[in-house]
Design a protein around this ligand. Structure first.
Ligand code: ADP
Length: 178
């Protein structure tokens, strides 16, 4: 498989399915022969690259800008980069899109009540109980993309369908061969 450098940016609420789609997509791309592939996971990045940052608007934006900076370096060196981060603010997502250029935005979308029911990490319960403040979707905003290249409705479609849609879009946009 031949491919170009590209940042595949997954945005969405906690529990929407970013991590799940990221690992399935990574596996699928590797099985198709993609060797230059890197994943930047929001939770992992916050333990090193952006350690110490909190969840104010300013800190969230710094977090995204740093992820975008690294994603840009990798992308321009021909790597397929999958970014998985809530990235709640539209303007800073647009900023990294402009910076990187080869940017495919994936809106991982499930309604808040579905994400809350899943409560994969038990964080919604904590947020509702007031144990966590500024939790996206509860007491901090999430601004959905206006024109994402792909939208994955994870409450309505299977994981395989979501991954297929992303792969199809990458091929359609010329980032990878069949
Ligand atoms: P996030 O990384 O966005 O916080 P996770 O991937 O950790 O979300 O959790 C999403 C949850 O939703 C997982 O338990 C996953 O199994 C479930 N899920 C159900 N259907 C889908 C789907 N079509 N795509 C992705 N995840 C799904």
């Amino acid at each position: 498989m031949e491919h170009r450098g590209v940042t595949i940016w997954l945005t969405g609420l906690s529990g929407a399915g970013k991590t799940t789609i990221t690992s399935a997509l990574e596996k699928e791309l590797r099985s198709r022969g993609c060797e230059k592939l890197e994943v930047l996971d929001g939770d992992i990045v916050r333990q090193n690259l952006t350690k110490g940052l909190g969840f104010s608007k300013e800190d969230r934006n710094t977090n995204i800008r740093r992820i975008g900076f690294v994603a840009n370096l990798l992308t321009r060196n021909g790597v397929m980069v999958i970014v998985s981060a809530i990235s709640p603010y539209r303007d800073v997502r647009e900023e990294v899109r402009q910076q990187i250029g080869n940017f495919v935005e994936i809106f991982v979308n499930a309604p808040l009540d579905v994400c809350e029911q899943r409560d994969v990490k038990g964080l919604y319960q904590k947020a509702r109980a007031g144990e966590i403040q500024k939790f996206t979707g509860i007491d901090d905003p999430y601004e959905p993309p206006n024109n994402p290249e792909v939208e994955c409705r994870t409450d309505l479609e299977s994981l395989e369908e979501s991954v297929d849609k992303v792969i199809g879009k990458l091929q359609e946009l010329g980032y990878m061969s069949q």
